[in-house]
Each structure stands twice: as structure tokens, then as C-alpha cells.
Design a protein around this ligand. Structure first.
Ligand code: ADP
Ligand code: MG
Length: 616
């Protein structure tokens, strides 16, 4: 406890404190991320300033040390960073320096804060998520060492007389009753690994080793002292009486011998780490994305991939890039060889890209705004520099995130496009990820064209060739016949069914290519896809499918046929009455006598079958 004048916090800080303390936020754990990131910022400043100011002690190792003192319920975060002077303690920790925060806080409801705290972090004040009192001891190069203490309603700043005096800052959290789990070694290790493993400075976590020691029992001591005084008084009385009588008093004759020393008790304390060996170094993996792509080898990319996935196989592809400009960031993204199990049957897959700001992990879940679902199979890291993380910058942040997300999406689509140059390799991609690309096309966002270029199908042209042979829409179009106006497709349960369908007969005979759809989603996406490069998609199981443009001769032939079969048509209509809408002469058939089709806007037979099996 320090002496000094209690100061009120700036009104905005109070509001923020109120939100923090009353938020039942489950991610209290982010306090550690925030405090470590402040320590890293302070170390950055030393590194920067020492370039121009050689007096800034280069002899002091730039580190972050974390020590949990379980018995005392304290958590210390110690850095050898730039430190804060007396006035900086007031200015930085007594008020919110970021403009706009006040405005933002006015509109913020307690309900919102639950989600916002985790994503943005409320910086230093998040310490109060887990503490009822916080002490900051700081020494900057320009001032004496000062203490800042707060119980969250007001704060005190006072000069530290006790020392030791070392440049940097020690933040000490007096952990709340409900948060003592944050003093556990394992938990701290996990949190540091999750949020701060790519920090530029070594993070040492003090190994909590408990020891039993004997200490004076403060409670019993007073009683003991009282008894001792009483005993002495008694002895003195006896002595005085004895002197008169001429006898000597044996002090040990006293019956209630209370001992020469005050009573002791055994308590458990954490032994203090004295050397670096008492600490575990928490962040040894270097963030590969922060390096220059031209200097990183394929092996390094592969082993880094292994370090953060459980994938035994090397990735199918990866891309590493740096973006300058308004929202600078770096990214390193991998396509796993196998589609991650957990996203395959998930209609709402979560992104697996870890979003970092200055190497500090923020979240994997930035929502659809950030990353399109159709690239949710990509794993990796994105690291933004100087990204506004304060609560106040909500709108800036959202639009910035969108910029980052859009760039990432384009880069991933480029990566896949490159893969597609090698049909063998692309086949491996396609068998794992076709669903995503198709869903992307169905979604129809700004990248629809790019995605459409990645689609591959079997067709009446590719079957019978290599089993891996697939066609792109572009290749299909390049093979279209002169008089062909549409892209034909047929959707069936199997390829065999497609190629033997009566509906394909004449098209195949006249060498028109038909795309064969055997994935139920294929036909489904045609509902929104409609056309590719001005060519409409034509389902040949539906009304209105024509083969090319009929020649005059053929038109006449069909007319003749209609006349010749008029009575059969009438008869069939009569017999099938409720079952069919129309019976017509078909130009699709060659050897089969008839085929059933649906109306243009109705579900095709295959589609109906898919829906029936779904609802059943
Ligand atoms: P931010 O980090 O976004 O600026 P914080 O609330 O986390 O906001 O911290 C407020 C300010 O307090 C920082 O900008 C910094 O000036 C100061 N500060 C916090 N922790 C430290 C530290 N460990 N060493 C030096 N300065 C610190
Ligand atoms: Mg901060």
C-alpha cells in the first residue's frame, strides 16, 4: 500500500471500467494478451530509441517475464521496456488517450462489450477483468521509479523509495477470487502459446515451484506476546518478592511455559526464480510470415505448416505475400492436401486463418465480412501492422478488415488458378475442394467469374479419356459448334446414367458436348449461375432444349413427324391425362421411343430425387 493522493479516472475510463467489471465475459483471458502486447510495445520503443540514444541501456536484455505468485495471489508481468515517468503514468493509465473512444463508449451497450472486449481488447484496463487491484511499478530513463496503484475506482501515483530500480515496467495483478486459475502454470503456458507465441521478444514464464516454509503466525503472535508480558510481570513480581526473602527464582519453574519464540505456522510459497534457468522460454517458434518470401525455402514453409497443423502430409500449395498501402499486412496461407475433416460436412465452416496484429494473435473468427466461406479450407496466418484495435475504431476496423479479406480471397483464387495449370495437380485439388468452389459460384459475389473459371466437369467429350480428364467451361466453349447457342448439361445420379440417357442421344450423335453433372449441387448452382460468357446453360432434361439452330429442312421434317404422329400424341395425352402436361415430337431422341422431361422452370427429375432423399 502506498501513500499518495487518490485521483479520479477520466470519465471515459470509468465507463470502460464499468463495462469491464460488469461484463460476464468468458474471455477474461485476453488480459494477458493485452499486457504482453503492451510490454512488447514498450520493448519496441527501447529498440527504436536505442538507435539514436546509446545511453538507453543496451546491457539490459529485452525480455518479458511472467511470474505467478500463487500463495500471494499475484501475477507479475515484468518488462525491460521504455518505462513510464510520473506524468506518463497519469496520462497513459489515468485516461484514454485515443480520440474517438469517448464518442464510441457513449453508444456502447453492456451487451456489446462482451463480444467487443475479446476482439479489440480494451488494452491495459482489461487487467481488471481478473484483478481487484493493480499495481504498476515503472522506471523510465528520464525519471525516478514510480508506483501506480488502483482498485479500479480511483488511482494513486507515488515515488518508489524501495527499489530495486530497473528500467522497465512491472505490472502486478492482485487476482480476484474467481480468477485464481490464471495463476496456474499450465493455464499461463497455454495462454502465452495461444496469443503471444510470435512476439519478437523472449517471454519467460517463471516455473511455479511450491515450497513449504515456516513463518511466524501473525494471529497467534499477539496472544503469545500478551502471555509473554504477563509471564514476565509475574516473574518480576516473584523476583522482587524473592529478593526480599533472599531466594532465587528459577525461571523455568513456570508451569505455562510458552516458549522462547513466537509460534510458527507452515505455509506454501512459490520459490523465487533467481536465474534464467528457473524460467521456461515460451515463444521459440519464429513467425515465418514476417520474413521476406524470397529468403524462405520450401522446406521451411513445409515444416512451419507442420508446426501449427496436425497434418502429416505437406500442403498442396501455399502463398506468402506482403501488401503495402493503407492497410499493410502480411499473409502466409496454405491449402491442405486433404480437406480438413471438420469443415467438409459443415454448412457453416469457420475460417482457419489466424488474424494477428503486430504478431499478437487476435482471433480466428472475424466473420463472413472478412473471409468468404468458399475459402474456409485455407489455413494460415495474417498479420496486420498498425491496425486500429481500439474499441473506438469499430467502423474503420470493419472496412479495413474487408480490404484485408478481399485481398486474401483474391490471392487464394490466384493460387488455385495457378494450380489449375497442371491438370494432374488440379485434380487433387478438385476432388477435395470442388464443393467450396461450387458454393462460391452459387453465392455469386464479386469473384463469381474467377470462381467459374475454376469449375471442372466430366462431359460427353471427356469420358472415355483418362479418368482424371475434366473440362473447364472455357474449354467447353472453345469446342462449341458454330450454330450452338447454349451450354448443354444433364444431371444424373451416375456418369453411366448420363451417357446412356435417351435425352443425350441426338446431341451425342451430332457431336454436341454435354456437361455431365453427378454432384447434386451442380444442378442446384445453375439456378443462380444461369450463363457463362453470354452462353446460357441448358438442362437437356427440361423443356425448350433445342439442338443447335434447326435448319429449314429439319424444321419441315419435324412438322411432318408431328402430322404423322398426331393421333398417337392425342392417345397418349388421353391415357396419361393427369401425369403429363404435354406430349411432343422430340429432336433429342435417336433410338429411344420416348423420354420424360420437365417444364423449364420446374425441378428436373434428378433435382426432385435429391430433394426427396433429403426430406425423407
Ligand atoms: P494501447 O496499448 O492501445 O496504447 P493500452 O490501454 O494497452 O492502450 O495502454 C495505454 C498506454 O499505457 C500505452 O499506450 C503505453 O503508453 C502505456 N503502457 C501500458 N503498458 C506499458 C508498459 N508495460 N510499458 C510502458 N508503457 C506502457
Ligand atoms: Mg495495449
Amino acid at each position: 500500500d502506498i501513500k499518495g493522493e487518490a485521483r479520479p479516472f477520466q470519465a471515459e475510463v470509468n465507463k470502460l471500467m464499468h463495462l469491464i467489471i460488469n461484463s460476464l465475459y468468458s474471455k477474461k483471458e485476453i488480459f494477458l494478451r493485452e499486457l504482453i502486447s503492451n510490454a512488447a510495445d514498450a520493448l519496441d520503443k527501447v529498440r527504436l530509441h536505442s538507435l539514436t540514444n546509446p545511453n538507453l541501456g543496451s546491457e539490459l536484455e529485452l525480455t518479458i517475464k511472467i511470474r505467478a505468485d500463487k500463495p500471494a495471489r499475484l501475477l507479475h508481468i515484468v518488462d525491460t521496456g521504455i518505462g513510464m515517468s510520473e506524468s506518463e503514468l497519469h496520462n497513459n493509465l489515468g485516461q484514454i488517450a485515443h480520440s474517438g473512444t469517448a464518442e464510441f463508449l457513449k453508444t456502447l451497450k453492456a451487451e456489446d462489450s462482451k463480444n467487443l472486449i475479446g476482439q479489440f481488447g480494451v488494452g491495459f484496463y482489461s487487467a481488471f477483468l481478473v484483478s481487484d487491484k493493480v499495481t504498476v511499478k515503472s522506471k523510465s530513463a528520464t525519471d525516478d521509479q514510480y508506483l501506480w496503484v488502483s482498485n479500479s475506482s480511483s488511482y494513486v501515483v507515488a515515488r518508489d523509495e524501495a527499489g530495486p530500480f530497473v528500467r522497465g515496467t512491472t505490472v502486478t495483478l492482485h487476482i480476484k477470487n474467481d480468477s485464481v486459475s490464471f495463476l496456474e502454470q499450465e493455464k499461463l503456458e497455454k495462454l502465452i502459446k495461444t496469443y503471444s507465441q510470435f512476439i519478437d521478444y523472449p517471454i519467460y514464464l517463471y516455473k511455479v515451484e511450491e515450497q513449504e516454509v515456516e513463518v511466524e503466525d501473525e494471529e497467534k503472535k499477539a496472544e503469545w506476546e500478551k502471555k509473554k508480558a504477563e509471564k514476565e510481570a509475574r516473574l518480576k513480581e516473584k523476583e522482587e518478592a524473592g529478593e526480599k526473602e533472599g531466594t532465587v527464582v528459577d525461571k523455568h519453574e513456570e508451569e505455562d511455559d510458552i516458549g522462547d519464540e513466537p509460534p510458527k505456522k507452515t505455509i506454501t510459497v512459490a520459490s523465487l526464480g533467481k536465474t534464467i534457468a528457473d524460467y521456461a522460454l515460451m515463444n521459440s517458434v519464429k513467425p515465418l510470415w514476417a520474413r521476406d518470401p524470397s529468403e524462405v525455402t520450401k522446406d521451411e514453409y513445409h515444416s512451419f505448416y507442420k508446426s501449427f497443423t496436425e497434418d502429416e502430409k505437406p500442403p498442396l500449395a501455399y502463398v506468402h505475400f506482403k501488401v503495402e498501402g493503407n492497410v499493410p499486412f502480411r499473409a502466409l496461407l496454405y491449402i491442405p492436401r486433404k480437406a480438413p475433416f471438420e469443415i467438409l460436412d459443415n454448412l457453416n465452416p469457420k475460417s482457419d486463418i489466424s488474424f494477428h496484429v503486430n504478431r499478437i494473435f487476435i482471433t480466428k473468427d472475424l466473420g463472413d465480412d472478412f473471409l468468404r466461406k468458399y475459402i474456409s479450407f485455407v489455413k494460415g496466418f495474417c498479420d496486420a501492422t498498425d491496425f486500429p484495435l481500439q474499441v473506438s475504431r469499430e467502423s474503420v476496423r470493419r472496412s479495413n478488415l474487408r480490404i484485408v479479406g478481399n485481398k486474401i480471397t483474391k490471392k487464394v483464387l490466384d493460387l488455385i488458378k495457378n494450380l489449375a495449370k497442371d491438370p494432374e495437380e488440379y485434380y487433387d485439388f478438385w476432388k477435395e475442394y470442388s464443393k467450396f468452389i461450387k458454393l462460391g459460384v452459387a453465392e455469386g459475389d464479386a469473384n463469381k467469374e474467377r470462381l467459374a473459371a475454376l469449375l471442372r466437369y466430366q462431359s460427353s467429350y471427356t469420358i472415355g479419356k483418362d479418368e482424371k480428364a475434366l473440362t473447364s467451361l472455357e474449354d467447353y466453349v472453345s469446342r462449341m459448334k458454330k450454330n450452338q447457342k447454349v451450354i448443354y448439361f444433364l444431371s444424373c445420379q451416375t456418369i453411366y446414367e448420363c451417357k446412356t440417357s435417351p435425352l443425350s442421344e441426338n446431341l451425342i450423335k451430332f457431336a454436341y458436348e454435354i456437361l455431365f453433372f453427378t454432384d447434386s449441387i451442380d444442378e442446384f448452382i445453375m439456378q443462380s449461375f444461369r450463363e457463362y460468357k453470354d452462353y446460357r446453360f441448358q438442362n437437356i432434361a427440361k423443356d425448350g432444349a433445342k439442338i443447335g439452330e434447326h435448319s429449314k429442312k429439319r424444321k419441315e421434317y419435324i412438322k411432318q413427324q408431328e402430322a404423322a404422329y398426331e393421333s398417337l400424341i392425342k392417345f397418349l395425352l388421353l391415357v396419361l391425362n393427369d401425369e403429363v402436361d404435354r406430349v411432343t415430337i422430340s429432336s433429342r431422341l435417336h433410338s429411344s421411343p420416348f423420354a420424360a422431361i420437365t417444364k423449364e422452370w420446374a425441378h428436373s427429375g434428378t433435382m426432385q430425387r435429391v430433394q426427396n432423399t433429403r426430406t425423407r
